[in-house]
Design a protein around this ligand. Structure first.
Ligand code: GLY
Length: 399
């Protein structure tokens, strides 16, 4: 855990609001550069970052028309190995990177048609994908259902044990002298058009001319920001399961499997120790993190359709987290419209994936005072015409 302070009237070169993977990685990079960094979070690393499955999936999660996001995602998946190596060297514990590749799997013939359309698009984008028959797919993962009709092998999509990554970053920030304040930030303090610090829920203030807001799905609720500058980030709930594979069936899978089963999407992410992470639902229910029976049911239904031995696995954990979503599914990075306040938020489905590149780009922004080229498509002002919202919305559930 980072050096604990109960700051009253503290001062820092940089205050990072939010101690998830993004906030911790930004803090680590800046403190390693010699800056005095304070991270404020009542429960660092315990929210979205620890619920996620940790897929690094720029190719298998590519969506039609999201070319800028794809470029950022590819840059970040390429950055992960060096990031993990450096993190492990500093933290002395595993960063959790597993370079296994990903197998996309289609159950019935309609699922196969959709998979082929996506593979065509991936190929047009120049991405490395290999189409497989059902038989070839099962050769790569013998415990998949006999009925699997097709697959696509994606060697460039990997996974990270996100809980190991969080633990490593918490160690790393401690090693480089980051101050960890276990308090919620109530508001950014602004003088004129310039950020001058933050005020905590307990009333204490921390003076700083550089604030990085990495508050994930809570970013739109940060106090002190004028309505027109609040980022349009909303919470999108995801339920996820952790199963334990008995010794007799290990490894149940050797690659991440992303499946479509009778039109429903499900992914299965194996960990070396015998854990299998199954995710995830997608529901627009505001800040609700209850695990619903329907969510667990649908995940298990689809998992056992593609991997019948799911029935034999121990259900160890069911949990729900909140993805920080934006109107165009891409993150909000860099200048906020308030001098000295930078956004590092809105990573939606790609928070684990985008951790290294976000940390590097935000650190570079602070070091140089400029806007790195890669950040330009992700500036907050692309939403300047939108009616502000505070992260709450009408309930809507979808899979
Ligand atoms: N990236 C996987 C998810 O958001 O469910």
């Amino acid at each position: 855990m980072g050096k604990e302070i109960s700051t009253v009237g503290g001062v820092a070169d940089v205050v990072v609001v939010g101690g998830g993977l993004i906030g911790l990685a930004v803090a680590w990079r800046l403190a390693a550069d010699g800056m005095q960094v304070t991270v404020c979070d009542p429960t660092p690393g315990t929210q979205t970052s620890s619920v996620a499955a940790g897929m690094l999936a720029p190719i298998t999660e590519v969506e039609f028309g999201e070319d800028d996001l794809l470029a950022l995602n590819l840059a970040s998946v390429a950055a992960w190995p060096a990031f993990a190596e450096e993190l492990e060297a500093v933290a002395g514990v595993p960063a959790g990177l597993h370079r296994t590749g990903t197998l996309s799997v289609a159950y019935d013939t309609d699922d196969a048609a959709a998979l082929r359309r996506l593979a065509d698009y991936q190929r047009r984008l120049g991405l490395d994908v290999e189409e497989l028959t059902g038989r070839e797919t099962r050769k790569r993962e013998p415990l998949l259902a006999a009925g699997i009709s097709a697959g696509v092998w994606v060697p460039g999509d990997h996974s990270v044990d996100n809980r190991q990554a969080v633990a490593a970053l918490l160690r790393a920030v401690e090693k480089v002298g980051v101050n960890l304040v276990r308090e919620h930030v109530a508001r950014v303090l602004v003088s004129g058009t310039t950020a001058v610090g933050v005020q905590l829920d307990n009333g204490d203030t921390i003076t700083s001319s550089q604030i990085v807001a990495a508050a994930g799905p809570w970013s739109a609720q940060l106090g002190g920001i004028p309505d027109e500058l609040r980022p349009p980030v909303r919470p999108v709930k995801g339920e996820i399961l952790r199963l334990r594979v008995p010794e007799a069936y290990r490894p149940a899978l050797t690659h991440t499997v992303r499946a479509t089963a009778r039109g429903f999407g499900v992914y299965l992410v194996p960990r070396p120790g015998g854990e299998l992470v199954v995710g995830a639902t997608t529901s627009e229910l505001g800040y609700d993190t209850r695990v619903l029976a329907g969510g667990v049911f649908s995940l298990l239904r689809d998992a056992r359709t593609v991997l019948p031995i799911t029935d034999e696995l121990e259900l160890v954990e069911s949990v729900a987290g909140l993805r920080p979503a934006t109107p165009d599914n891409a993150p909000i990075l860099g200048p906020s419209g308030i001098d000295g306040l930078l956004w590092a938020t809105g990573h939606y489905r790609n928070g684990v994936l985008l951790t290294p590149i976000t940390a590097d780009l935000i650190a570079e922004s602070i070091r140089t005072g400029g806007v790195p080229k890669l950040i330009e498509p992700f500036l907050a002002d692309r939403f300047a015409h939108r009616v502000p919202d505070n992260g709450e919305q009408t309930p809507k559930v979808a899979r």
